[in-house]
Ligand binder design. Structure first.
Ligand code: ZN
Length: 351
């Protein structure tokens, strides 16, 4: 059953937007509806969207983009987001820009860099939201899915229960039966369209695609905690009673071979408060090193087996028990021209 989302004046809504433009294309209707009801609203924009070379090349007519060019582009995109949020009715003090590296959120997560988690925890404690609007764990943009994991970790330390709704911008849309819907009236739809168009730097290449988000409704997925593994995900992972982590990769989702991809592992909690590790799939049989994502030390050795339609990995976890949550993703070892993942993160079962 789909639910329609309504707001009250008592509510406090915090939205996490990985890039300038996500606030408008994903939640331009929700933010207006919350403000109209008198709810307190805050939007946290994680990056300035400065790693955005193709629109910049087209608009600025330059091929090489140096650091100063990137910074200028980021400032431009931040200003566009401010203009868009003014269109939606947000006051300047309702917006926060963290200036984190665009296309670098997964790296921050893997390196356990403290800036983003600290900022999120401070917002959760200071603003005290009842409703957290977050990118979907299933989103194929790595910044989006990693932002979900950061929000999830920050929530574990939050002083009170917070409802969570997830938005998917790049694939991984909400399952029909889980959807929470925000209907937009004609005026809200018009304002949402104007907010999207305020992102003028994105309009040259993506205008039609972006404006498609100004529909008569927005759909969100309700996030139930603790998280459950996604049954249809091509990765299935479980910590077995013997303490080994077993991961099965359905190779049909990766053009029959995930070779050259990287397994990203995130375990929250445990004795050393978390593990961040990667396994480079340089071979699909034999032994592969499990590397610490922080210091590159070898943490363990994974046994890899190739079956008809799957690749199976098995590795011992040095620490036992007390995990709060665990996640696995298959991504590119080096981000190239194509930044998107085949799928977002999967939840590890048995945690
Ligand atoms: Zn985005």
């Amino acid at each position: 059953m789909n639910d329609t989302l309504t707001f009250s004046a008592r509510e406090r809504v915090l939205m996490i937007a990985p890039h300038p433009d996500d606030e408008s294309i994903a939640a331009g209707g929700l933010l207006q509806a919350a403000l109209a009801a008198g709810a307190a609203v805050r939007v946290l924009v994680l990056t300035d969207g400065d790693n955005n070379p193709w629109p910049q090349r087209v608009i600025e007519k330059r091929w090489r983009i140096a650091a100063a060019d990137r910074a200028r582009w980021g400032a431009r995109r931040r200003a566009e987001a401010e203009a868009a949020m003014r269109v939606l009715g947000l006051a300047p003090e309702a917006m926060r820009f963290l200036g984190l590296p665009d296309l670098g959120i997964t790296d921050l997560l893997m390196r356990r860099e403290a800036t983003a988690p600290n900022a999120l925890r401070a917002e959760l404690a200071g603003f005290a939201p009842d409703l957290l609007v977050v990118p979907d764990i299933r989103d194929r943009h790595p910044d989006h899915s990693a932002a979900f994991l950061l929000a999830h970790a920050a929530l574990a330390a939050a002083p009170r229960a917070v409802r969570m709704l997830a938005f998917a911008v790049h694939g991984g849309g909400p399952a029909g039966e889980d959807a929470v819907v925000v209907p937009l009236d004609a005026l809200q739809r018009e304002r949402k369209r104007a907010a999207i168009e305020a992102h003028a730097s994105q309009m040259r290449l993506s205008r039609r695609r972006f404006l498609r988000y100004a529909q008569a409704e927005e759909r969100y997925r309700r996030v139930a905690l603790p998280l459950a593994p996604q049954p249809a995900h091509p990765l299935q992972a479980r910590i077995e009673p013997d303490g080994r982590l077993r991961i099965r990769i359905d190779v049909r989702a990766y053009g029959r071979s995930p070779r050259g991809h990287m397994v990203f592992l995130v375990l929250e909690g445990g004795i050393a408060d978390g593990v961040r590790a990667t396994i480079a799939l340089e071979a699909l049989a034999g032994s592969l090193p499990v590397r610490d994502a922080v210091g590159e030390a070898t943490l363990a050795v994974a046994e890899v087996r190739r079956g008809a339609d799957e690749v199976a990995l098995s590795l011992p976890l040095r620490e036992r028990g007390d995990w709060r949550a665990g996640f696995v993703k298959l991504g590119r070892a080096e981000p190239g021209l194509w930044v998107f993942d085949r799928c977002g993160w999967q939840v590890i079962a048995g945690v």
